[in-house]
Design a binder for this molecule. Structure first.
Ligand code: CP
Length: 309
């Protein structure tokens, strides 16, 4: 059974093929209009979502299928009913599952017991669907995804999007530069850097961690940031985090250290006076709404790929 849990479960060729398929589907949606006729996707959410929910639900509808939204707070998952039983029951009724769960271990358990493909809609350590649509967005911008590009990730770097960018960027042969405060809670954990080192040998990309925003974005092709207040951050942590991350806010001055034709990306949701200024996210280098739209096209390509394999 093929699942989509982490990018490193797949190959660079798989990722390239998914991106090229998404380019084709975006330009000719009619080519897959009946691809998933009478098929059903179960979408299990333990955290909030706008883009992930919309893109999967609209994608299924546009391909002739149907999606069911299932909130963990309204379900017996993990409490009255084991993840294993939930997975086995769901597999008897639906054709795919997509889950946004807090813990990757729970997602792995869901996939282990499933007889239908399981997609990671974001967990504590990975957000592979986001990076897939980011790669589609860059492929559109650049015309190809040749190795050698530099992607600077600035801000909170002990999280799912950073980790999937480290993995996905290295798999594409890019240099990923992470610029973050030097604390245990905000820099990438040792295990992901060990995994990155192994992937570097295989794919040729690399990762470097620095603790200065200007140094991080120097000569970058992409400046990427994400919320300082991820879904699990409590309101009483916010003031301390604001102080810690303020030197890593992406401002017009920070952008000026990247290449002149660099693009600005944020997977959204965004706060205009936190991880970047309004001038940057609403400025000419920003491609954040292309990124958001491309969640739809990339998700459709992923569902088609899982359906055909
Ligand atoms: N970027 C992203 O995953 O958005 P949502 O949290 O709205 O799904």
């Amino acid at each position: 059974m093929k699942h989509f849990l982490r990018l490193s479960d797949h190959t660079r060729d798989d990722l390239q093929a998914l991106v090229e398929s998404a380019v084709g589907i975006k330009s000719n949606p009619a080519s897959v209009a009946n691809e998933l006729a009478a098929k059903t996707l179960l979408m299990i959410f333990e955290k909030p979502s706008l883009r992930t929910r919309l893109s999967f639900e609209v994608g299924m509808t546009q391909m002739g299928g149907n999606a069911i939204f299932y909130s963990v707070k309204d379900s017996p998952l993990g409490r009255k009913e084991s993840i294993e039983d939930t997975s086995k029951v769901s597999s008897r009724m639906v054709d795919f599952m997509m889950a946004r769960l807090n813990r990757h271990s729970d997602l792995a358990e869901l996939a282990k017991s499933a007889s239908v493909p399981v997609i990671n809609g974001m967990c504590d350590i990975a957000h592979p669907c986001q990076i897939l649509s980011d790669l589609l967005t860059l492929r559109e911008r650049w015309g190809s995804l040749e190795p050698g590009r530099r992607v600077a990730y600035v801000g909170d770097s002990c999280n799912n999007v950073t980790y999937s960018w480290i993995v996905g960027g290295i798999m594409m042969g890019f240099e990923v530069v992470v610029a973050c405060p030097d604390t245990e809670e905000t820099r990438p954990e040792a295990w992901i850097l060990e995994e990155a080192a192994a992937l570097s040998k295989q794919y040729g990309g690399s990762v470097r961690v620095v603790h200065d925003a200007n140094e991080g974005v120097r000569d970058a092709d992409v400046v990427y940031t994400d919320s300082w207040m991820s879904y699990h951050i409590s309101p009483d942590e916010e003031q301390a985090r604001l102080q810690l991350f303020l030197p890593f806010q992406v401002t017009a001055d920070v952008m000026s250290h990247a290449k002149p034709d660099a693009v600005f990306m944020n997977c959204l949701p965004a706060n205009r006076q936190q991880e970047q200024t309004a001038e940057v996210i609403d400025g000419p280098q920003s491609i954040v709404f292309d990124q958001a739209e491309n969640r739809l096209h990339a998700q459709k390509a992923l569902l088609v790929w899982l359906n055909r394999n």
